[in-house]
Design a protein around this ligand. Structure first.
Ligand SMILES: [Zn+2]
Length: 243
């Protein structure tokens, strides 16, 4: 009985960057999507994410178990994450998005993250922007269309407001205001992050992360690694691109 349980526990799909444990067909699908998200992360920052293991759950099972869970790290995974897999053949975009948050947290903070909060210690717009970059192209088209409309109508967030605001659901104790429009916050976070990556590349993205995780402002990060001299110049270039 014990060895049968272990055999079930270890049914897995091993990927290039990630391992997935679960029923074979679901695990095979999830490992392709998780690996694609990890490869995208590597394109964004020039750094592969820390290897992780995803345990696919059904109604919360298998539950967490400190001793048995060690078996999930057999291929060198440094973190273990449980995910209730979406049914059906469509890509699980939410999984890819959430992996984006986890890749960032473990890259920046290691496997012992600081006090639990929404995402990493990066500003919320960059956390969401990177996570959204890991979703598939259909979602990006929706964000892009929203931003074209918003910029034309001048109802987008000025960048100093985007850079200074919290996620609409944030529980962080802070004097910073929360973003008021959820959809706009997501669309604009994606748009600015996608622009930064496309125009300035992975080196500039690494520079931004290194600067911002120290709690420094976007103004401080400007003028290096090919980035514009000021946030105002960045705003002009981004708006021209997003239109
Ligand atoms: Zn998110």
């Amino acid at each position: 009985m014990g060895s049968l349980l272990l055999a079930l526990l270890l049914q897995q799909a091993a990927g290039e960057f990630m391992d997935v444990f679960g029923e074979m067909e679901a695990a095979g699908k999830a490992v392709k999507e998780a690996d694609a998200a990890a490869a995208r992360f590597k394109e964004i920052f020039g750094v592969a994410p820390l290897r992780g293991a995803i345990v696919l759950t059904t109604d919360g099972k298998p539950a967490k178990d400190r001793t048995k869970d060690l078996a999930y790290a057999k291929n060198g995974a440094k973190w273990i994450w449980r995910w209730e897999a979406k049914k059906g053949a469509e890509p699980d975009e939410t999984m890819a998005h959430e992996l984006g948050h986890l890749f960032l947290i473990f890259w920046i903070h290691g496997t012992t993250p600081p006090a639990p909060q929404y995402g990493s210690l990066l500003p919320d717009w960059l956390d969401e922007g990177v996570a959204s970059l890991l979703e598939c192209a259909a979602g990006h088209k929706g964000y892009a269309a929203e931003m074209r409309k918003r910029i034309a109508a001048e109802t987008h967030l000025p960048l100093k407001d985007l850079f200074g605001c919290l996620h609409p659901d944030s529980r962080e104790k802070s004097s910073k205001p929360k973003a008021k429009e959820r959809w706009l916050f997501y669309a604009e976070s994606w748009s600015v992050t996608a622009f930064l990556l496309e125009r300035y590349g992975a080196k500039a993205m690494r520079h931004l992360v290194a600067t911002l995780k120290e709690g420094k402002s976007m103004d401080t990060a400007m003028g290096a690694q090919g980035l514009p001299k000021s946030v105002a110049d960045l705003e002009t270039a981004w708006k021209a691109w997003a239109k």
